[in-house]
Design a protein around this ligand. Structure first.
Ligand code: PEP
Length: 244
């Protein structure tokens, strides 16, 4: 299975028009049968997106965040139970760099992953180094520190998660990481998690568009793409989907 994930972030998107643009640009192209497309709009659009489900293809729904707690006095938070009760969410992004920079820690991310797994929602766990870490040559050490507690927790089935390698310096910059960097980082992760014994999927994210997606997908062990800016336009997103 390959994955194409749209992270709409906090943008106002008319989902009906978006689906229309997506469909029109798909024309009669047949997408890879093995491709799962996950759309992550804001929480409020999740149920509406489902009602507008007029697409030629079956989108899966994803959320952009979730609480690390089960229920109770957590004003403004949305739990994994809410996601599964009130929408058809099957995936949820966690640990996005924009949330990490707002104070989310590895421990908080792990708590979110655990909550999601109790509701059979697949966590899409983002990780990636900053430019400074890369400059210092400490990428591997840093990636290990971000994933270590999740990967080595015997009570957590890592095969039920998806990882998304998103180097901070490539997010929203218009230029993705070079193929060598993507290859090096993902190879390193495949060593930490023996992919011969695991079905874990690793995606790449950071300035993906329809021009560069083909070559990024050709990198070993890249099982899909997490797309921000280029997912806001249904037409461009369809062009990316055709590259799978
Ligand atoms: C992201 O925010 O996860 C992302 C990959 O954004 P962009 O595609 O805009 O770099």
């Amino acid at each position: 299975m390959k994955y194409l994930v749209a992270n709409w972030k906090m943008n106002l998107i008319n989902s009906k028009n978006w689906i229309c643009d997506f469909n029109n640009n798909l024309n009669d192209s047949n997408l890879n049968d093995d491709l799962r497309i996950v759309i992550c709009p804001n929480y409020l659009q999740l149920p509406k997106f489902n009602q507008n489900h007029l697409s030629k293809i079956n989108f899966s729904m994803g959320a952009q965040n979730v609480s690390g707690n089960n229920s109770g006095a957590f004003t403004g938070e949305i739990s994994a139970e809410h996601l599964s009760e009130f929408s058809e969410v099957r995936y949820c992004i966690v640990g996005h760099s924009e949330r990490r920079s707002a104070g989310e820690t590895d421990a908080m991310i792990k708590a979110k992953v655990k909550q999601l797994l109790t509701k059979n929602i697949t966590p899409i766990i983002c990780f990636g180094e900053s430019h400074e870490i890369q400059e210092k040559g400490e990428t591997e050490k840093f990636l290990n520190s971000q994933l270590n507690s999740i990967v080595n927790d015997e009570n957590l089935n890592i095969d039920s998660c998806i990882l998304a390698y998103e180097p901070l310096w490539a997010i929203g910059k218009g230029i993705p990481a070079d193929l060598e960097t993507i290859n090096n980082s993902i190879s390193y992760i495949t060593k930490i998690i023996d992919l011969n014994k695991s079905n874990l999927k690793i995606l790449y994210g950071g300035s993906v568009d329809s021009e560069n997606s083909g070559e990024i997908l050709s990198v070993d062990n890249v099982s899909g793409l997490l797309v921000g800016n280029s997912s806001l336009d249904g037409k461009e997103f369809a062009n990316i989907a055709k590259k799978f």
